[in-house]
Design a protein around this ligand. Structure first.
Ligand code: ATR
Length: 278
């Protein structure tokens, strides 16, 4: 019997149990996915208790993706470069850490729009938080080399660029500069919280310079179709949705734990219904 879980604070509204229970069902595996809401004051003690708990694997969410690292026995090289872990597998060598957030994005966008990767399209990432960093590293690793980062605070975009070892063609931009040169890009990825419900009437930048056929992605998945994506659609863009990334990063974690290869698209329709509350 497989024992999986999630640690974080808070974890009550997580969609991970829904996803992993369906993946277990789909793969014919019996198991559980438990939520561990860990108080920051007792983090050390609770993580030590978890070591004896015998979980096969677990996810880590906010605010512990960095704090978990000293407790791991091994960290895979890309999670180490990123400095954040969202998936741990319990192995004979101990706890091994990975990060599936960025690769979840890269795989889901590549499955839908493989042509972006054939000719090394220019990419614009908007935002410079943890999500931006993960996506930046994963897209570089997936072979895209011309990736700029735009942010309200330009210094933070510079830091994200410096955090990767293969960053030679990247530039940090202001949001205004990004608006001006939007038509340079084949893929635009919105990684900030701007547009998230209940502030769903807002969009991080206007898209009047967007060229038709550009792939536009928003990692916000509440609402499913953000204001940013609505405007992109109106201007003839091809869309990629935040919930596709969310699902794919979970499927990738499940693959790490179980060595199975479930197809994320099998869960997509049910997941959309779940997010819409129907
Ligand atoms: P994450 O959840 O990915 O770790 P974060 O660390 O909270 O995100 O970072 C949030 C990102 O959203 C940052 O790029 C932030 O811009 P700054 O670096 O300038 O703070 C961006 N962001 C948040 N609110 C914003 C707003 N109202 N306008 C523009 N950018 C905003």
């Amino acid at each position: 019997m497989l024992r999986l879980g999630l640690i974080g604070h808070p974890v009550g509204h997580s969609l991970s149990p829904w996803i992993h229970e369906r993946l277990m069902e789909h793969e014919g595996l019996e198991g559980t996915y438990e939520l561990f809401d860990i108080d920051p004051d007792t983090f050390d003690q609770q993580i030590h208790e978890l070591k004896d708990n015998g979980l096969d694997g677990f996810n880590i969410t906010v605010p512990y993706k960095e704090k978990i690292i000293p407790y791991l026995d091994e960290v895979d090289s890309s999670a180490r470069e990123l400095g954040a872990v969202n998936t741990v597998k319990n192995t004979a060598r101990g706890w091994v850490g990975y990060n599936t957030d960025g690769i979840g994005f890269a795989v889901s966008v590549r499955n839908r729009y493989p042509e972006l990767f054939y000719n090394d399209q220019r990419v614009l990432i908007i935002g410079s938080g943890g999500a931006s960093r993960g996506i930046y590293h994963a897209l570089l690793e997936a072979g895209l080399s011309k990736i700029d980062i735009a942010n309200r605070t330009i210094e933070k975009a510079e830091e994200v660029i410096k955090s990767a070892s293969t960053n030679s063609e990247s530039k940090a931009l202001s949001l205004d500069k990004a608006v001006e040169q939007l038509n340079d890009y084949g893929l635009i990825v919105q990684t900030t919280v701007v547009g998230m419900s209940p502030n769903d009437h807002t969009a991080i930048i206007p898209l009047y310079n967007l060229k038709e056929g550009t792939v536009v992605s928003d990692i916000v998945y509440r609402p499913l179709e953000t204001r940013f994506l609505q405007e992109a659609k109106h201007r003839g863009a091809k869309l990629h949705f935040g919930h596709e990334m969310l699902l794919q990063q979970a499927v990738y974690a499940f693959h790490i734990w179980t060595d199975t290869n479930p197809d994320a698209s099998l869960l997509l329709e049910g997941f959309e219904k779940k997010l819409k509350g129907v």
